[in-house]
Design a protein around this ligand. Structure first.
Ligand SMILES: Nc1nc2c(ncn2[C@@H]2O[C@H](COP(=O)(O)OP(=O)(O)OP(=O)(O)O)[C@@H](O)[C@H]2O)c(=O)[nH]1
Ligand SMILES: [Mg+2]
Length: 463
């Protein structure tokens, strides 16, 4: 495995580029303190290299001709007790475009290298501060779009996935040691209860891997967002509901039917869930205009793709055949929430008929004008998603994890089958080792530079 360059000193602006209260320039590597020392002037005496770990100093960052670039705070972290495991200096300056660039450029002129995306976290991983799943969690945390995905990322960062994987790896190691020690003895000599015990242990590791893999799908919904589609005949108030849920005027609303012709999608957070809400063109059974035909096709597709459908009827107008046609277009297995809109007006919908059509009496009266019923609607959406995305147990979060866990599972199946057939232990240990290797790849105990390149290239510069 080629050695990855870690001996040089890197720097980057770690905060978003632009104006802000403060910005942070991060420097990591063996020459970090020396490089910053060239430009840092403080009232306190003593070199940065001699200052105690985890301390902050106030001072000025000055250019080569003595001109002050900014007043800054300098945080000093000493190896190995820093994010990267190396000496780290963090310069907190005022958050402006020119000031951050000038500070960074001064450091770069003195031989500090501009950091690659994710290079600080890559160094943390290579120095054993984080395993690979935790490094990935750092990215998930930064990207989290809802409270739920944030919770999952934080748990993973603090070892919620590393710990159970370590238990599984230890168990495989013990099994291997046990079998390798017995390799010289014929399988027949193994006592029946010991055979059973070993078999049970192999199955139990498989069971745990299966549960990890099952968690992947649930996790995907939390991370990628749940599709919620608003459907109904024209003019029932779908776009008004869309806007009201988003709390801004995103979609055109008018009293003219067929106002919406294409579907719109916007993200929002509902009780901690990341939702991708879709407004659609009102469904009609016999569209005449070619644009309406296209609109209908897209609406039907949106309904098919969605996890939850909000079926809207106009409560002030009464139920008709057009509403029935729309409801019939929603596949039976979809989760549907029935909404009687315009509840601020006198209600005309026959509740009996609506109950017969939807097979439920659990509709919600809402008004997109007054927001009546919105709390209940949000509660219902979250209730559905709670079941779908149950957070029980540990979860793997990436396709990379899933592929590795599946490879481990497959190897364990082979090991179990050889074991059951009472084949020589050599066959069993080969597959147990393959399973262990797959788990080591998952946590990054073994890795290739290509894999690291892929993982860390997704990061932003300065992380
Ligand atoms: N009083 C009242 N009027 C509403 C409510 N929601 C929508 N409307 C009115 O109903 C009309 C149609 O609203 P839209 O939101 O455009 O309806 P839509 O279902 O998106 O219609 P299409 O895009 O044509 O399918 C507009 O005049 C809205 O102001 C409501 O809760 N109360
Ligand atoms: Mg509309």
């Amino acid at each position: 495995m080629p050695k990855i360059e870690m001996d040089d000193t890197i720097a980057a602006i770690a905060t978003p580029i632009g104006e802000g209260g403060i910005a942070v320039i991060r420097v990591s590597g063996p020459g970090a303190f020396e490089a910053v020392q060239l430009f840092f002037r403080s009232l306190e005496s003593g070199k940065i290299a001699d200052s105690p770990a985890n301390t902050i100093r106030w001072g000025k960052f000055v250019g080569p001709s003595g001109q002050v670039v900014d007043q800054v705070l300098l945080s000093v972290f000493r190896a190995p007790h820093s994010y990267t495991g190396q000496d780290v200096a963090e310069i907190s300056c005022h958050g402006g475009l020119a000031v951050t660039k000038r500070i960074l450029n001064l450091l770069l002129e003195k031989g500090v290298r501009s950091a690659e995306p994710g290079e600080f976290t890559r160094r943390a991983f290579l120095n054993g501060k984080l395993d690979l799943t935790q490094a990935e969690a750092v990215l998930d945390l930064i990207r989290a779009k809802s409270g739920r995905s944030l919770d999952i990322a934080v748990r993973q960062l603090t070892g919620a996935l590393s710990r159970p994987l370590k238990v599984l790896k230890d168990e495989l190691l013990q099994l291997l040691a046990h079998l390798e020690a017995s390799i010289d003895f014929p399988e027949e000599d193994l006592a029946a209860d010991e055979h059973e015990n070993l078999q049970r242990r192999i199955s139990s590791v498989q069971e745990k891997l299966r549960s990890l893999i099952a968690g992947f799908e649930r996790n995907l919904l939390t991370r990628e967002g749940v599709l919620v589609t608003i459907a109904g005949k024209p003019n029932v108030g779908k776009s008004s509901l869309f806007n009201a849920l988003l709390e801004r005027d995103r979609a055109l609303v008018s009293e003219i039917p067929h106002t919406t012709r294409d579907h719109l999608e916007e993200a929002l957070e509902v009780q901690g869930f990341y939702i991708r809400l879709r407004d659609t063109a009102g469904l009609i059974s016999t569209p005449e205009h070619p644009l309406d035909k296209l609109g209908m096709e897209r609406t039907l597709l949106a309904i098919l793709e969605s996890h939850v459908v909000l079926f809207v009827v106009d409560g002030a107008a009464g139920l008709d055949e057009a509403d029935r046609n729309v409801f019939r277009k929603i596949p039976k297995e979809k989760r549907v929430i029935v909404l009687m809109n315009k509840a601020d007006l006198p209600m005309k919908v026959e509740e009996e008929a609506l109950g017969i059509l939807t097979g439920s009496r659990e509709w919600i009266r809402i008004s997109s004008k007054t927001r009546e019923g919105f709390k209940e609607l949000e509660r219902r959406i979250a209730g559905f998603l709670e079941q779908e995305t149950s957070e029980e147990g540990e979860q793997i979060t990436r396709v990379r994890h899933k592929v590795a866990a599946e490879a481990a599972l497959e190897a364990l199946r082979r090991a179990e089958s050889s074991f059951q057939k009472k084949m020589s232990f050599e066959f069993v240990t080969v597959d147990l080792r393959a399973a262990l290797d797959a788990l080591k790849e998952l946590t990054g105990e073994t890795y290739s530079e290509d894999i690291l390149d892929v993982i860390f290239s997704e990061f932003c510069i300065g992380k």
